[in-house]
Ligand binder design. Sequence first.
Ligand SMILES: [Zn+2]
Length: 391
Amino acid sequence: MGSVLVTNIGELVTNSPELGDESVMGRLYDAALVSVDGVVSWVGSAHDAPACDDVIDCEGAAVVPGFVDSHTHLVFAGSRGDEFAARMAGERYDGGGIARTVAATRAASDDELRRASLARLAELQRSGVTTVEIKSGYDLTVSGEARLLRLARDMTVETTFLGAHSVPAEYRHDRDGYVSLVAGEMLREASAYARWADVFCDEGAFSVEEARHILTASRDLQLGLRLHGNQLADSGGVGLAVELGAASVDHCTYVSDHDIEALAGSDTVATLLPTAELCTRSPFPNARRFLDAGVTLALATDCNPGTSYVTNAPLVVQLAVTLMNFTVDEAIWAFTAGGARALRRDDIGGLAIGQRADAVVLAGPHSVDVAYKASSQPLRAVLRENALLAL
Ligand SMILES: [Zn+2]
């Protein structure tokens, strides 16, 4: 791939305090960076930049690390727009709509699923996302969950087995049988294609005991752990995630002070999903409770057909700032470095030397525009693997 000099950067956010101004954001002005074979090899003042094979002139625009979307359900078929309309007309979301997506996904061919998922992935990439996690969970059979993960693995290494997304209709009268299937044969088949395991642990979904059983079996097969927790109620998911050392517990809409304390003393990231609250008209968790206690936060799109059909990273950042009390810097950090921590990755989420040169070139000179300019396209280009995607 050779070397690329990205120069004339008005404001460069590296997320590396030792670079730049010693803030958490590691800011430099009038900066440049060098990418060799897709990895950052040099960062500094534009005046001191070394010669490279190619040059990308940012013309004074700001550059931030590529967004790390650590929570999506990208592989699915069908639409639930009518359910969204009904919910907006006053019906409360209880997770029951997953069955409709399961029916549509089971009926779709590999080609149909691949085409629809790649289109959504392209939308995410155009919004600045350079790493994406993708969950299964819309088939809920042994071969079907493996199929979804196989398709997802062609799009990312960050694939997550979510057989415990919902109990399918055919197991309505044998809930324990389904939990055993998920923790047994389904998990074994899925583990060939998955890096992570996840459970929808909540009121009306899977209990803490069921989730513990499935996640413990997953850990025995060397899968990393994540959890959907406390989206619909203070249901014990956060405590379980901390107990099991999960990389991330996601949603955290209803959390107690005890949960916050447990998270603060752990390596588990709390991933907040503002567009899921937005599209279900749920209360927005107050990020200050987490941040002030020292909890590491991530932000993600939760792209899914039922509760957050969103492929727009800047929108997520803007909502986090306007409705969850993140500062702009904290929100950008959470969707870059925070997302990387939620995936236990240190090669992404920042632009320090040795990290991947995945970066977003903004349209203007200030990083605040990610959150500020939501009504216009705030991004100009995305850099990944030394290739520039112009927007
Ligand atoms: Zn989700």
